[in-house]
Design a protein around this ligand. Structure first.
Ligand SMILES: C[S@@+](CC[C@H](N)C(=O)[O-])C[C@H]1O[C@@H](n2cnc3c(N)ncnc32)[C@H](O)[C@@H]1O
Length: 214
């Protein structure tokens, strides 16, 4: 687990839900986002992706938020941070240490939920001994079908009765997409249900619910 202490005051914007997030790329934070992904090295966590805002908005409409929440591939971590603001104890995971330290950590502190969040980094294949969770959240993490087994194993390891996956219809150039992921999840022992479909000019996006059949 990473201890976060840093908040870079000059470097925050606010979403329409009132959550602060760190703007990456200027000299204060010292990180530069020059490409969306470098497979196996940098997995996109510096950027705030659209579906995480969809998931944050969706979570805001729920009257009950579970006690223990895990956000996988959190990047900025806004869905998890919203749950923490509603009282959940939240674990935030990203692939990259620098994302967790300088972006997620900054957002956790700026949004006043440091005491309710635990932050850690590393590949999904390494997740274990975190205890059990009530809810798993994940956004824009299904772009690469090669990662489905480790992502689905991490969801299963969490023992959560519900996982919300915010994603796009299809990820051009990488090959993942909602249909392929839902099929893999079903093969892995989950039931899948579309809770929300969002059509706009740029993309069709979904919030899927996975529940274990086992
Ligand atoms: C496209 S980013 C999405 C970030 C954030 N959830 C959002 O929607 O703004 C994908 C995230 O998935 C995580 N990720 C991708 N592959 C991973 C892997 N094999 N193991 C662990 N995390 C991974 C990375 O941490 C990265 O931040």
């Amino acid at each position: 687990m990473i201890e976060v202490t840093e908040w870079v005051e000059s470097n925050n914007l606010k979403t329409s839900e009132g959550l602060f997030y760190t703007v990456v790329g200027n000299s204060t934070v010292g990180l530069k986002e020059t490409t969306d992904l470098v497979s196996g090295r940098y997995e996109g966590g510096l950027k705030l992706w659209e579906c995480s805002l969809d998931l944050t908005k969706y979570l805001q409409t729920l009257s009950i938020i579970p006690a223990r929440v895990l956000e996988l591939g959190c990047g900025h971590g806004l869905p998890g941070i919203l749950c923490a603001q509603k009282g959940s104890s939240v674990y935030l995971q990203d692939y990259n240490e620098e994302v967790i330290r300088h972006v997620t950590g900054n957002n956790v502190i700026r949004n006043g939920v440091k005491d309710r969040c635990k932050l850690f980094y590393g590949p999904w294949g390494d997740l274990s001994n975190l205890g059990s969770f009530d809810l798993v959240l994940t956004s824009e993490t299904i772009y690469n079908p090669e990662y489905y087994p480790s992502l689905l194993t991490a969801i299963r390891t969490s023992q959560a009765r519900c996982c919300l996956v915010a994603c796009k219809n299809y990820y051009f150039g990488v090959g993942g997409g909602v249909e392929l992921f839902a099929k893999s999840a079903e093969d892995f022992g989950f039931s899948t249900q579309t809770l929300l479909r969002i059509d706009d000019i740029a993309s069709t996006r979904y919030i899927l619910e996975l529940t274990p059949k086992y």
